[in-house]
Ligand binder design. Structure first.
Ligand code: IPM
Ligand code: MG
Length: 369
């Protein structure tokens, strides 16, 4: 039996509400084994700014570095709209990604059969959907320098963001995608804008080389990112693994989330490189945001965060059986027609955040018995 250190960063808005449901599952696992978790809770985002004047403190980053995994809720909200750019809530999350070198962001979009009618697309288009978006997370437009607004002194300003990729960054992210594809449908679509961007030309070149050298057994398709966006709503089941850059991945993963019925359903894992003993830094978070409009009303859907913790069990703790258990429990409560507000449909039973947590725990109990 192992003991793992888990750092919980609930963050802002509905973050603490959805994290509370994860804590209940952690407590259940601590009572039932096989491994146990020591959790510590800390601040990130607007709440950290309020407490320390920074969206994440050095001490918190240090704890995140040392933890076996981090689970994050959400950051941001209108309360911090006036905060200077460098200290805005999102800066805390971006610093964690960068400092922990979490370059590989895995965003699975799975459409549970019970939710196929909650999607804005037709049932036959989304039913049984199982896509993995692999988003590069520490490079590109998010971090490229220069990144600035210059006053030109003539009443005009100039804003610059820099889209920048080096070979090694593309190399390591596409390997993650190819490795994942081998365990799934063995197919990768690499999305770029090589028709307009130099970074797209290099992206395409490196992915092609890595594929030819080490992954020729995997089917590789190059797709323009705009076409990828269109194909995702036209016939999403053509995709298995999609690998793309930081900015395209941000947008394509929100789009893919809606295929599954709600943004409240989509988990994510952000992983660093494996070190000598095979372990890697990791942060798990729902794809959705802090949803300030529904805070404190019990309306938040905890499934994305609970499913993110299931990814932690799978990718950080080698607890595949327990990950399956949590994921099956989620599918189970959906089959029992329980729905939070975001996925509510006619004839279903509407439940609050904590009632959804109750139901998932009961289902875990039942499945584990
Ligand atoms: C995401 C979010 C973040 C991003 C924000 C909160 C900075 O949209 O994780 O997709 O743009 O990466
Ligand atoms: Mg996003």
């Amino acid at each position: 039996m192992a003991t793992f250190d888990l750092l919980l960063l609930p963050g802002d808005g509905i973050g603490p509400e959805v994290m509370a449901e994860v804590e209940r599952i952690v407590a259940w696992l601590n009572a039932h084994g096989p491994n146990s978790f020591e959790t510590e809770t800390d601040l990130v985002g607007g709440c950290a700014y309020d407490a320390h004047g920074e969206a994440v403190s050095d001490a918190t980053v240090d704890k995140a570095m040392k933890a076996d995994a981090v689970v994050l809720g959400a950051v941001g909200g209108p309360k911090w709209d006036g905060v200077v750019y460098e200290k805005r809530p999102e800066a805390g999350l971006l610093r964690l990604r960068k400092d922990l070198e979490l370059f590989a962001n895995l965003r699975p979009a799975i459409c549970y059969p019970a939710l196929a009618d909650a999607s804005s697309l037709k049932r036959d288009v989304v039913e049984g959907l199982d896509i993995m978006i692999v988003r590069e997370l520490t490079g590109g437009t998010y971090f490229g320098e220069p990144k600035e607004i210059t006053d030109l002194g003539n009443g005009q300003k100039r804003a610059v963001d820099t889209q920048l990729y080096e070979t090694y960054e593309i190399d390591r992210i596409c390997r993650v995608a190819f490795d994942l594809a081998r365990k799934r449908g063995n197919k990768v679509h690499s999305a770029d804008k090589r028709n307009v961007m130099k970074s797209g030309v290099l992206w395409n070149e490196v992915v092609t080389q890595v594929h030819a050298a080490d992954y020729a057994d995997v089917e590789l398709n190059h797709i323009l990112a705009d076409n990828c966006a269109m194909q995702l709503v036209r016939w999403p089941k053509q995709f298995d693994v999609i690998v793309t850059d930081n900015l395209f991945g941000d947008m394509l993963s929100d789009e893919a989330a809606m295929l599954t019925g709600s943004l409240g359903m989509l988990p994510s894992a952000s992983l660093g490189a494996a070190d000598g003993d095979g372990s890697r830094r990791a942060l798990y978070e729902p794809v959705h945001g802090s949803a300030p409009d529904i805070v404190g009303q019990g309306l938040a859907n905890p499934i994305a965060t609970v499913a993110s913790f299931a990814m932690a069990l799978r990718y950080s703790f080698d607890m595949g059986a327990e990950a399956d258990l949590v994921e099956q429990a989620i599918a189970g409560v959906l089959n029992e027609c329980l729905r939070t507000a975001d996925i509510m449909q006619d004839g279903m039973a509407k439940v609050s955040t904590s009632e959804m947590g109750d139901a998932i725990l009961e289902e875990i109990e039942r499945l584990a018995a």
